[in-house]
Design a protein around this ligand. Structure first.
Ligand code: TEU
Ligand code: CA
Length: 568
C-alpha cells in the first residue's frame, strides 16, 4: 500500500483502453478479414460501452508472418485493412466520438521484406548493413546460444555473406540495431508521422528488448530459460528511451504504454516514474505467465498458478511503482487465451466469472486495458487439430514438442490451453452467419458458441457481461478513488477471495471477489463500517444503493461473486 502524495492527474490515467485486433473485429468488404472501415462502422458500439482509447494492433503493411508484428512499411496501411484514407476517416470518426486512437509501435524488429533489410542483406558492404545485427559464425555455428520465442536459434545464417543476423522472434522478423543513430532517427521520424496525424499515443511492442549487449554473451550460467528476463533492460535502453522522449514524446500530449516482458517490478520505475521515466506506463506479464514455463511461453507449467501468487504480483507492482509510476492493467490480450477461460470458469459460472474479472479490471489501480470480446465473456475455442492453429508461436511449439516425442494428443491439449489464437477468433456481433463478422469466409474459424455469446443478445440483457462491463466502466468514471486512490490487498493469503481497498483522502471503496466455484462466508479483515453496494454481479447486480451492508460485515459470497462497496 502506498500513501505518499496523490499521483499526478492525467487523461491517460483516467482512461479505459479497449484493445482492438483489427483482423478479427469487423470485416466490411466480405473478404473474411477485419478492416478499418469495419472498425469505423462499429465506433458507436465502443462509444456506448464507455471506453476512451482504442489501441489497435498493428495496421501497417506486413506480410503477416506474425499477423502484423512484422512490418514492411511503417507509413502504409496493410492493404487487407484498407487505405490511408480509411485510416484518416477512422481517426476523424473516433475523434468526433471522443475516442483516441493508440497505434502499435513495433520497432524492435522489422519484417525481412522491409526495404531496409532487403538493402542491408544485399551485401556486407551495404550502407544499411548496420541497421540490423550481424555477427560472424562462432565455432562454425550461431554467434551465441540465444533462442527465439518462436523456436530454434535467435540467429539466422545469411548464406550470401556467411554472417548471421539476430531475430528474437521469427527469422522473418530481423532485430533492428538500436545502437545505430540512423535507426533511432528513422524510428523518431515514423513516430512523428503518425503523431502529427493526431493519434493519441503508442503501445510499444517489446520495448525492453531494444538495446542488446553488443558482445552478445551466452546466457548466464544457471540460466532458467526465462527468455524475456535475458533480453530485457539492455545496457543502452534507458539512454535510447530518454532520447525518444526528448526528440519526440515531449512534443505531444500522448500516452505511451510499454509492453514490458522481462521487466521486474524493481526495474519498472526507470521506465515509467514520472520524474525521470520515458513512458507513461508499462504493462507487465508476471500474472499472465505464472502458469507458463519460463523457457517457452507456449508451454503450460505443471500445476498452473494460484490466486495467492496472482495477488502477490499486483501487490509487488503497486509497491514498486508507488505514487509516481503507473501501470496498465490487463487480464488478456491478443497474446493470451481468453481471460474468462483462464482466470474464471467458462462453463456453469461463465457470466459470473467474466463479470468478476471486468470488475477487477475497472477497480484495480492502473489504466485498465479491456481486450475485444472480453466485455462479452467470449471464451477459448476448442481447436480440433494442431493444423487449425494460425499463430506462428503455437505452431512452432507444437512441432517442436511432437518432434521431441511428446504425444500429439497431449500437445494439442496443451496448445488449447496456451495458444494466442483463442483471442484472435472473430468478434461475436450477433447470432447470424459468422456472427455478423463477415459475409465472406472468415480468415480463422469462429468459436461455435457465438449464437449464445454475442453483442446483440447481451445489449438487450441487463444481466449480461456486456451490461456489467458497461456499469463497471461508469463506476470507475464516477469515482476518482478508483483511479487515483491507493491500493491495499486486505487478505493476501486467502486462497479464494481477492479483497482489496481503494482509498483517498475523502473516500474508500472495498472490492470483494470470490474467485472460486464455492459459496463462502467471508469477513474482510480490518473493515467494519461497510457502506452501500456500489456494484454487484449477482441478482442484486443493479447498483443497489439501497441495499444495506450485511450485519457485522460478514458476507455470504456466492460462486464468482464480485461486490464493490463504499466504505462509510
Ligand atoms: O509480444 C511479446 C512476446 O510475445 C514476448 O516478448 C512475451 O514474453 C510473451 O508474450 C510473454 O512473455 C509482442 C506482441 O504482443 C506479439 O504479438 C508479437 O508476436 C511479439 O511481440 C513480436 O512482435
Ligand atoms: Ca475486409
Amino acid at each position: 500500500m502506498t500513501n505518499g502524495t496523490a499521483p499526478r492527474r492525467t487523461w491517460w490515467k483516467e482512461a479505459v483502453v479497449y484493445q482492438v485486433y483489427p483482423r478479427s473485429f469487423q470485416d466490411s468488404n466480405g473478404d473474411g478479414v477485419g478492416d478499418l472501415p469495419g472498425l469505423t462502422a462499429r465506433l458507436d458500439y465502443l462509444a456506448d460501452l464507455g471506453v476512451d482509447v482504442l489501441w489497435l494492433c498493428p495496421i501497417f503493411a506486413s506480410p503477416n508472418v506474425d499477423n502484423g508484428y512484422d512490418i514492411s512499411d511503417y507509413r502504409a496501411i496493410m492493404p487487407e485493412f484498407g487505405t490511408m484514407a480509411d485510416f484518416d476517416e477512422l481517426l476523424r470518426q473516433a475523434t468526433a466520438r471522443g475516442l483516441r486512437i493508440v497505434l502499435d509501435l513495433v520497432v524492435n524488429h522489422t519484417s525481412d521484406r522491409h526495404p531496409w533489410f532487403v538493402e542491408a542483406r544485399r551485401a556486407r558492404t551495404s550502407p544499411l548493413r548496420d541497421y540490423y545485427v550481424w555477427r560472424p559464425p562462432r565455432r562454425g555455428g550461431a554467434p551465441n546460444d540465444w533462442r527465439s520465442y518462436f523456436g530454434g536459434s535467435a540467429w539466422a545464417l545469411d548464406t550470401a555473406s556467411g554472417e548471421y543476423y539476430l531475430h528474437l522472434f521469427a527469422a522473418e522478423q530481423p532485430d533492428l540495431n538500436w545502437d545505430d543513430p540512423r535507426v533511432r532517427r528513422e524510428v523518431h521520424d515514423l513516430m512523428r508521422f503518425w503523431l502529427d496525424k493526431g493519434i493519441g499515443g503508442w503501445r510499444m511492442d517489446t520495448v525492453p528488448f531494444y538495446s542488446k549487449d553488443p558482445s552478445f554473451p551466452d546466457y548466464p550460467p544457471g540460466f532458467d530459460g526465462h527468455l524475456s528476463r535475458a533480453y530485457a533492460m539492455g545496457p543502452r535502453l534507458l539512454e535510447h528511451l530518454a532520447e525518444m522522449k526528448r526528440e519526440v514524446l515531449d512534443h505531444y500530449d500522448v500516452m505511451t504504454v510499454g509492453e514490458a516482458p522481462g521487466v521486474t517490478p524493481a526495474q519498472a520505475p526507470a521506465l515509467v516514474d514520472e520524474r525521470h521515466g520515458a513512458l507513461s506506463m508499462v504493462y507487465h506479464f508476471d500474472h499472465l505467465v505464472l502458469d507458463r514455463e519460463p523457457g517457452d511461453f507456449f508451454v503450460r507449467r505443471q500445476g498452473g498458478a494460484s490466486l495467492v501468487e496472482f495477488k502477490r504480483v499486483f501487490a509487488a507492482w503497486d509497491r514498486a511503482l508507488g505514487d509516481t509510476g503507473w501501470a496498465a492493467v490487463m487480464l488478456g490480450n491478443h497474446d493470451f487465451p481468453r481471460m474468462v477461460s483462464r482466470f474464471g470458469e467458462d462453463g456453469q459460472h461463465r457470466r459470473e466469472s467474466a463479470t468478476l474479472l471486468c470488475t477487477l479490471l475497472m477497480t484495480m489501480k492502473g489504466t485498465p486495458h479491456l481486450y475485444q470480446g472480453d466485455e462479452l465473456g467470449m471464451t477459448n475455442v476448442p481447436f480440433a487439430s494442431i493444423d487449425a492453429f494460425d499463430d506462428i508461436g503455437t505452431r512452432h511449439t507444437c512441432r517442436a514438442l511432437i518432434a521431441a516425442g511428446m504425444d500429439p494428443a497431449a500437445v494439442l491439449a496443451m496448445a488449447n490451453q496456451t495458444s494466442r489464437d483463442h483471442a484472435r477468433t472473430p468478434f461475436h456481433w450477433d447470432a447470424g452467419r459468422h456472427a455478423g463478422f463477415t459475409t465472406g469466409r472468415p480468415w480463422i474459424g469462429l468459436n461455435p458458441n457465438y449464437p449464445a455469446i454475442n453483442a446483440r443478445a447481451q445489449r438487450a440483457d441487463e444481466g449480461s457481461v456486456h451490461a456489467h462491463a458497461r456499469r463497471a466502466i461508469r463506476l470507475r468514471r464516477a469515482h476518482p478513488v478508483l483511479v487515483y486512490g491507493s491500493y491495499e490487498d486486505l487478505d493476501p493469503d486467502h486462497p479464494a477471495v481477492f479483497a482489496y481497498l481503494r482509498r483517498d483522502a475523502t473516500s474508500a471503496m472495498l472490492v470483494l471477489l470470490n474467485c472460486s466455484n464455492d459459496s463462502l462466508a467471508y469477513r474482510p479483515p480490518g473493515v467494519t463500517t461497510i457502506g452501500t453496494l456500489a456494484l454487484g454481479n449477482y441478482g442484486d447486480r443493479r447498483t443497489a444503493a439501497d441495499e444495506p451492508p450485511p450485519a457485522g460485515a460478514r458476507f455470504d459470497l456466492r460462486p464468482w461473486e464480485a461486490r464493490v462497496h463504499r466504505l462509510a
